[in-house]
Each structure stands twice: as C-alpha cells, then as structure tokens.
Design a binder for this molecule. Structure first.
Ligand SMILES: [Zn+2]
Length: 78
C-alpha cells in the first residue's frame, strides 16, 4: 500500500436514533443515523412513523402561515 494516502481504518460505532448501536470498522469513529436495519419498516415488517423530526408537520405549518394572509386579504376585498 502506498503510504499517507489511505484514511485511518478505525473501530466505528454507528448510533441510530432508535437506540440501536452497530459496532463496525470505518474511516470514521462515530456515525449517527436516523434509521437502521433494526427499525426500518422494510426489515421490521411494522408500519412506523419515519417522520420523527415532524418535517411534514413543519412544512404544513409553514405553508398554512403563508396561505392565511392571502385568504384574509381575499376576504377583505370581497
Ligand atoms: Zn434504528
């Protein structure tokens, strides 16, 4: 192997947001993931809310805020 061009291959701990921990080896010592083979619906066979961060909710809230003033204006003019 050529020297000084290869990344360090170290022990790695992958932590999932579901609490599952996978120990492996990688160029990074720590990896955080949101979904893993233990909690993904494909592997668990269970329907699960992947939208843990509430991204859809956030989007809906933001969209509602923007749509509301328009409605108010339309109501005033009619
Ligand atoms: Zn997981």
């Amino acid at each position: 192997m050529k020297e000084k061009i290869h990344p360090n291959y170290v022990d790695c701990v992958i932590t999932c947001s579901c609490g599952n921990i996978v120990k492996t080896r990688s160029a990074k010592p720590k990896i955080n993931v949101e979904i893993c083979s233990a909690c993904h619906p494909f592997f668990s066979g269970k329907q699960k809310m992947i939208d843990a961060a509430g991204r859809v909710e956030k989007y809906r809230r933001r969209y509602a805020k923007k749509a509301a003033p328009k409605k108010a204006v339309a109501a005033e003019t009619t």
